[in-house]
Design a protein around this ligand. Structure first.
Ligand SMILES: Cc1cc2nc3c(=O)[nH]c(=O)nc-3n(C[C@H](O)[C@H](O)[C@H](O)COP(=O)(O)OP(=O)(O)OC[C@H]3O[C@@H](n4cnc5c(N)ncnc54)[C@H](O)[C@@H]3O)c2cc1C
Length: 529
């Protein structure tokens, strides 16, 4: 928890919205150039970064090469990666990780050497991990300590950014709803969106409650270009138990030899892909969805089976997963684990160039909220922490230069406006959110179809019109959830092919001639380029 509450400053040099890996890494970089205000909507320890289990990928082992990491990244992206962005990612990754180690990040070691694990679609063992399966938490810890030790960085928790301030086509600051329900305007030379993912757009997601797509929604409202939103990665194996969150069961469990079994307890993956359980994530997610459809029961599950592995090894290699499942009375080392796919990662987001600049001057984006094009149509496992690290630092560097170019700062101004308390709206808003999440899961999920997408877009628009335009924080989140959902649905409808994580029943093949391009949405306009 932060020290006693100070009023929010009316003006600062740099605003960083988000305290996950991208926001923290950027804050460290920006501290050398001026005052940094880094905001989180909950505790700084609540973000997608904190839940990242498997690890962070980089060509650092003796038998690996940057070239191979690039090849694997491009292959996973299914023809749609921005090759230059991906090259920067894999080339700058290793030195950025070495810097993390210098700053105190403790990755797991085998003896004195860093231990690397292998994940699906990687041609080498190149995934660094920490405390077995708590990699994101360990990186977040070290980066937060590093950033908090530098005086110009001020962290504020529970401050909810509602919108961007735009003047003459430039982003000049943000509007913030504080925990007491007061609205503030804060100005800065530039704003970095590092708000993370949007898993909460779906009823089943591995993402924590903070991942409501706020950054994408506010950038869209401000007029920024949004790209590749149809590409949402569904993780095949999330715990599926009534009353339990959709806790992620890392791909590394299958990497260690875990099997997937259907309700008849038969292994089914070999029938769908030659790599069996280690097939690409989208293939496994679709195979599970197909097995579930065959059963025709709304509560059907498939199972992850680790019972043939050494129980000691399972407990020691996956301590967090083991203890979390034990909380729900499942011993993963000796019992079958009920699972289903869940929305996991957004490949698309606010469109940026190679230094985090969006289409709006003064606005930058990095991490999961951004679309640099590194992941193309599908993300290679463990490349997203790396993206936050590499592009968080790059965006910050550009923001520093941007401030030097601006010879003056906008005059400081602060306005405080009481907001509607939202009392009485809660249940209605919550009902709307549930409706959106369930529509998104049913019609814009693992498997999509043109007719259903055509129907869902107006339905989402109608739900959007029912959300109060101002209100409490949850009303703002609800508006963002439906906005992000609409962007995904519109883009999914427009892409009449199947590629990467986007699968259309009515267009099951890839169509390179028409769609080997990025979707770009700006206002009502959607184009492929
Ligand atoms: C369960 C799980 C496991 C994963 N495992 C891996 C893995 O092993 N390897 C890997 O590479 N990736 C993994 N990922 C993906 C990876 O964790 C994320 O892509 C990455 O951490 C995103 O970092 P970020 O800095 O962009 O955003 P986040 O870490 O999500 O941080 C977002 C920040 O923005 C703040 N914020 C959001 N909206 C607002 C607002 N309106 N106002 C103020 N603040 C706001 C939040 O409070 C938070 O501080 C995993 C994800 C999940 C959910």
């Amino acid at each position: 928890m932060m020290p006693a509450m100070q009023p929010l400053p009316p003006e600062t040099d740099f605003i960083v919205v988000g305290a996950g890996i991208a926001g923290l890494r950027a804050s460290v970089e920006l501290a050398a150039a001026g005052r940094v205000l880094c905001l989180a909507k909950c505790e700084v320890t609540e973000s997608n970064t904190q839940y990242a289990q498997g690890g962070i990928a980089a060509a650092l082992s003796d038998d690996d090469e940057v070239r191979l990491h690039l090849e694997d990244t491009l292959k996973a992206g299914d023809g749609l990666c921005n090759e230059e962005a991906a090259r920067i990612l894999v080339e700058e990754g290793p030195p950025r990780i070495e810097q993390l180690i210098e700053w105190g990040t403790e990755f797991d070691r085998a003896g004195t050497k860093i231990a690397f694990t292998r994940e699906g679609a990687h041609s080498r063992s190149r995934v660094l991990h920490a405390h077995g399966d708590s990699t994101g938490r360990e990186i977040g810890r070290a980066l937060y300590l590093k950033a908090a030790a530098v005086k110009p960085v001020t962290f504020r928790e529970f401050e909810f950014t509602t919108d961007l301030l735009v003047e003459d086509g430039r982003v000049v600051g943000i509007r913030v709803l504080d925990p007491a329900g007061q609205l503030h305007e804060i100005r800065a030379s530039s704003v970095l969106l590092a708000t993370g993912g949007l898993g909460q757009v779906y009823s089943d997601t591995t993402n924590p409650a903070v991942a409501t797509g706020d950054g994408v929604a506010m950038a869209y409202r401000a007029g920024a270009e949004i790209s590749d939103m149809e590409f949402v990665q569904f993780h095949p194996t999330a715990l599926y138990l009534k009353g339990a969150p959709r806790f992620l069961l890392s791909e590394a469990l299958r990497g260690e030899g875990g099997y997937l079994r259907n309700l008849e307890l038969k292994r089914f993956m070999p029938k769908y892909h030659e790599l069996g359980e280690l097939a690409p994530r989208d293939v496994v997610a679709r195979a599970i969805t197909h097995e579930l459809d065959l059963v025709k029961r709304p509560d059907a599950v498939v199972y992850l089976d680790l019972t043939h592995l050494k129980p000691e090894r399972v407990r020691q290699r996956f301590p967090t997963i083991y203890s979390t499942c034990m909380r729900y009375n499942i011993d993963i080392a000796t019992e079958l684990v009920p699972i289903r796919p869940a929305a996991h990662y957004a490949m698309g987001g606010v469109r940026t160039d190679l230094v985090g600049r969006t289409s709006l001057p003064g606005l930058y984006a990095a991490g999961e909220v951004a679309c640099t094009g590194v992941h193309g149509a599908n993300r290679l496992a463990s490349n997203s922490l790396l993206e936050g690290l590499v592009y968080g630092a790059r965006a910050a560097d550009e923001m520093r230069q941007h401030m030097q170019r601006l010879n003056h700062h906008a005059a400081a101004r602060r306005t405080s406006v009481a907001t509607a308390s939202g009392n009485g709206q809660f249940t209605e808003v919550e009902k709307l959110v549930r409706k959106v999440q369930s529509l998104m899961w049913q019609h814009v999920g693992v498997v999509r179809d043109g007719k259903a997408l055509q129907q869902v877009v107006p339905e989402l628009r109608s739900l959007q019109s029912q959300i109060p335009s101002s209100g409490d924080r949850r009303a703002h989140e609800a508006a963002n959830i439906v906005q992000a959902g609409l962007l995904i649905a519109r883009s999914a409808l427009a892409r009449e092919e199947s590629r990467g994580a986007h699968y259309r029943l009515d267009h099951p093949l890839k169509n390179d001639a028409r769609y080997c391009k990025h979707s770009v949405v700006s206002g009502d306009n959607l184009r492929f380029q």
